[in-house]
Design a protein around this ligand. Structure first.
Ligand SMILES: [Fe+2]
Ligand SMILES: [Fe+2]
Length: 201
């Protein structure tokens, strides 16, 4: 079945995806502010890093609507109200929403796009669905550590990196303050979870 783009369900799905990504970016930016207030700069970083990727997803979807430029697209969608007082609830909600996009929304949109004769758009939906799965995994991993009191404490000796200055320390817990830049414990991340970390020699 081939459908013209301006009458397709896919154009609505692209707009829904754009709206969803735009909102996710904002929700994560707000959650990042809450994490900072709670001296959890490592989680602030996780939220902001992911927010930046949601912005890029939004751009990819929006650009695919280019041929409708100047028009409007009406959409009917549901969007989460995630206004929680604590960071853990935000991590859990983020995980839930990411998995919802992966398992339901984008996987369904990919199927519709394929059926309507837009294989490239279908491929984009499937690819971003997999990114959202990795986002869900990441939020879930940090939620577990926070809930178990293990964000800055480990059962075994491990390496910790200060996200502010890059200083690496070894031990069963992150120091109360970085010995180099004096930034507090909240800046420390387990080495294996650090951005652009490579195996230390
Ligand atoms: Fe996204
Ligand atoms: Fe995501």
């Amino acid at each position: 079945m081939s459908v013209s783009f301006d009458k397709s369900q896919t154009r609505e799905n692209l707009m829904r995806a754009f709206a969803g990504e735009s909102q996710a970016r904002n929700r994560y930016t707000f959650a990042a502010g809450l994490a900072e207030k709670n001296d959890l700069q490592v989680l602030q970083g996780v939220f902001l890093f992911t927010a930046g990727q949601e912005e890029q997803h939004a751009k990819v979807y929006y650009d695919l609507l280019e041929q409708l430029s100047g028009q409007t697209v009406k959409v009917d969608g549901t969007y989460p109200v995630d206004l929680f007082p604590d960071v853990l609830s935000h991590l859990r909600a983020a995980r839930r929403n990411e998995y919802q996009e992966f398992e339901h929304d984008y996987t369904g949109f990919a199927k519709v796009a394929k059926e309507e004769g837009f294989p490239e758009i279908s491929h984009i939906f499937s690819s971003i669905a997999r990114v959202e799965k990795s986002h869900g995994d990441r939020f879930g991993a940090f939620a577990d550590l926070l809930e178990q009191g293990k964000l800055f404490v480990s059962d075994v000796e491990c390496r910790w990196m200060c996200l502010n200055c890059g200083h690496v320390v070894e031990g069963t817990m992150a120091p109360a303050a970085c010995p180099v830049c004096k930034h507090p414990q909240g800046y420390f991340i387990r080495w294996e979870m650090a951005p652009w970390g490579v195996p230390l020699k």
